[in-house]
Design a protein around this ligand. Structure first.
Ligand SMILES: Cc1cc2nc3c(=O)[nH]c(=O)nc-3n(C[C@H](O)[C@H](O)[C@H](O)COP(=O)(O)OP(=O)(O)OC[C@H]3O[C@@H](n4cnc5c(N)ncnc54)[C@H](O)[C@@H]3O)c2cc1C
Length: 314
């Protein structure tokens, strides 16, 4: 018989597993449409959302005792999860939240689950410059570090000092300096890498007027909500900008705004956004992605590459 050290999947596929020494539960069959900004996707075979290092460690121990794939989910704001769900264990890092502020050095260290936009407001209210661009990005710090999130010409790489990551197999925490992450436009070595981001430290510039910085943050938010559709579920920009072009412009020029398949539609406000009108499936969205890629390549001879990450079985 294929035995699994502490847990028996065959017996407990519908019963949550309590992790030893914690209150943390590994839950079976959790709907991922509730945990992603596109509001589509099937079930996670197993899902756990640790709140601290101890619970994360226990989750990884459980993972090591199983023969299952591992997926990491931040706020799910850059993910297209398959309608068939995600096999194995999905670790959601959104509850890994804590903050350490070093007033002398002007650094903030946060847990991976801290919302990036909240950090932008916190820094501005403190009179610390450097994260005003991050307002309105609905992801976690962990997701932003992996994606090298950015806006208004700035990005994570500009203010990150270092990040602590853990390897799920070795369970070793290691500190990675920003220069070792090979940051490029919306990419880093942490993409397609099994390591989990646990925390990140940002260097900001203290000594600015909180009133002026919060006004900049508010203006950035206003700019964003006037140009981008925030009223319906999306994953933000679907495609990377194929420099020097803006993906949205290329898509708009070939008349694809309003193009619809099933419950998914290309936004009228910003052509690089695909919106869930309420009943979209991941397959609807993927079909639109393929259609856009084909039409843009036919017309502009430019290949669009998705910024959104596809997870699960498509
Ligand atoms: C309305 C809207 C506007 C947006 N605007 C912008 C924008 O202006 N600029 C921008 O860059 N992005 C934007 N995005 C996209 C998205 O918010 C960012 O990419 C964000 O950084 C993703 O963070 P997340 O926590 O949601 O990550 P997720 O979407 O959950 O995950 C993204 C990737 O990171 C990995 N990951 C997440 N957390 C961890 C972790 N702790 N450890 C290891 N891997 C992890 C996941 O496995 C996945 O590969 C927008 C999205 C929406 C919905």
């Amino acid at each position: 018989m294929n035995t699994i050290s502490k847990y028996d999947l065959k017996k407990k596929t519908t019963v949550a597993v309590q992790l030893p020494g914690t209150e943390c539960l590994i839950k079976p069959k959790v709907p991922l449409s509730n945990l992603t900004s596109l509001r589509v996707g099937g079930l996670a075979q197993w899902y756990v959302a640790p709140k601290n290092w101890q619970e994360l460690e226990a989750s990884l121990e459980w993972y090591q005792s199983q023969d299952l794939p591992l997926t990491v989910l931040g706020a799910g704001s850059n993910l297209l999860v398959s309608d068939r769900g995600i096999p194995g264990l999905t670790i959601g890092t959104r509850h890994l939240r804590y903050k350490k502020i070093d007033f002398e050095r002007g650094t903030i260290t946060v847990g991976a689950g801290e919302p990036l936009a909240r950090l932008a407001w916190l820094a501005a209210k403190q009179g610390w410059r450097g994260l005003e661009w991050a307002v309105g990005i609905p992801g976690t710090v962990g997701g932003a570090v992996v994606m090298n999130a950015g806006a208004h010409g700035q990005c994570i790489a500009d203010c990150l000092v270092e990040t602590s990551v853990v390897s799920p197999q070795k369970m070793e925490l290691e500190s990675l300096d920003v220069t070792s992450l090979d940051y490029q436009y919306r990419s880093s070595i942490l993409q397609n890498d099994p390591r989990l981001v646990v925390e990140a430290t940002f260097q900001l510039e203290p000594g600015f007027s909180p009133t002026e910085l919060t006004a900049i943050v508010a203006k950035n938010l206003q700019d964003r909500t006037s140009k981008q559709p925030y009223d319906r579920p999306s994953c933000g920009s679907v495609f990377r900008n194929p420099k020097p072009y803006a993906a949205g412009w290329l898509i708009e020029q070939i008349g694809l705004k309003g193009y619809q398949i099933g419950g998914a539609i290309v936004s009228q406000r910003h052509a690089n956004f695909i919106l869930n009108c309420g009943n979209a499936t991941a397959d609807d969205i993927l079909k639109i992605i393929h259609h856009i890629q084909e039409k843009v390549e036919d017309r502009w001879l430019v290949k669009l590459h998705p910024e959104v990450k596809l997870v699960g079985e498509f």
